[in-house]
Design a protein around this ligand. Sequence first.
Ligand code: HEM
Ligand SMILES: *[C@@H]1O[C@H](CO)[C@@H](O)[C@H](O)[C@H]1NC(C)=O
Length: 494
Amino acid sequence: MSSIFSLSMNLTSSPMLGDIAYFILWGMLFPLLAMVSFNFLRHKQCCYEEKRKVPPGEMGFPLIGETMEFFNAQRRNQLFEKFVHPRVVKHGKVFKTRIMGSPTVIVNGAEANKFLLSNEFKLVKSSWPSSSVQLMGSDSIMEKDGERHRFLRGVIGTSLGYVGLEPLVPRLCNSVIFHLAKHWQGQEKISLYRSTKVLTFSIVFECLLGINVEPGMLDIFERVLEGVFSPAIMCPGTKFWRAKKARMEIEKMLVKVVREKRKEIEGGLQREQDGMLLSKLICGMIQGEISEKEVIDNVVLLVFAAHDTTSFAVAMTFKMLAKHPDCYGKVLQEHVAIRRNKRWGENLTLEDIKKMKYTWQVARETMRLFPPIFGSFRKAITDIEYEGFTIPKGWKVLWTTYGTHFNEEYFKDPMSFNPSRFDEGMPQYAFVPFGGGPRVCAGYQLAKLNILIFVHYVVTQYEWFLLHPDESITMDPLPFPSFGMPIKIFPKHT
Ligand code: HEM
Ligand SMILES: *[C@@H]1O[C@H](CO)[C@@H](O)[C@H](O)[C@H]1NC(C)=O
């Protein structure tokens, strides 16, 4: 897997005003704050650490800590090689650092993942940057804890869990067929990453929520997503400022959709429940269990959670298929066999999906090597005792997929691409591209269907070739192929 280690800088995006503001922020504000609080913090820190054994590691400069090292490694998609791995070698699997002003403990390994992820709400809670919270909305499920979290997950889960899947399959088939007819047919060259983004967006809206996608909607949503990890600086020209404006536009649009739908349901115009997630949320609203803001914030969150993640997983799956012709041959065989038993144009069923066993192994192996989300931050809500160390209350904790995915303790010859390794079981919490515990990905089943159904229609209908076989990956902070993964396509004559 040399490609993971030979990734270059992002050459596609030029520095924007937002980035400049960002450097000014880190360059000027923090040293200033640092000077003011240096003595105070150092004093407090020493006394605390004398009493408790916090994990080993370096905190860097006050406040700014190792933020620059972290971001520089992340930008080049070398967070593992340049940041996490060297520190694991030096300090062990549990080490401390300071990122974005917060003392942070980074934990690695299946036991650590399990400990952290399954103790959500008890020892830790999710911890998102202020920009994410402001843009997703404070009432999205990522900001909810305990009972309220469980309730909203329940509502969302009825559409996204296993029972909701049966009707989703033909709808997804329809979306994929429509997408290929509209965006692939008659073309010679397309951006695969762009294509999957457009598709994933319409799948979330049309197949899951039951909202029609209007022209321009994707652009507005993407403007919001661009601000999710930018510093929350509210002055004209920054990414965050643009994102905030886009969020207001979306809110206006969604409020209109929600109120119209509510009228339809209340007026009995929509006699048969359509079974779509938006209708379920609105029924909750009518019964007084869910607020309008909760509905809107969760719609925005679902788009965010599904968008870049699924698109990256699909794009990298195709990249791996291109790089491993033997795997591609086996995948193709699987899908041709499914098609053989079908009439022309007949939709797939859940039974057909179950036959895509090897394709799902390929997709999982791809996500092992190229996790769309490398890990996520939590905050200690109490002093945590772990592996003989204390993680003090208020510190952040970061679990990573790298700690297990790239470790030969869990995956033999970890850097090689070998989908068949999933024939055998593996330790719990070793393969964690979808997280785990109470906050395990709510869209796991939808992501799986999206990937498998898209692969099915593409490999049975098209020949395709990567135009940049050695394309690098950029992280900003989610990973994407630097050039959008352009491919050449030819329709198959069958
Ligand atoms: C390949 C695609 C995807 C990957 C790799 C992925 C990964 C993840 C991960 C790692 C988490 C846990 C984050 C944490 O622990 O803080 C998560 C949470 C979540 N995901 Fe996904 N996801 C994907 C697709 C989707 C889709 C398609 C949807 C929905 C339409 C979705 C909805 C969610 C939601 C709602 C949460 C938050 C759950 C909660 O806080 O209870 N995801 N996802
Ligand atoms: C496939 O499913 C879609 C969505 O449910 C439906 O509209 C379409 O008629 C189905 N196609 C066939 C050939 O049955």
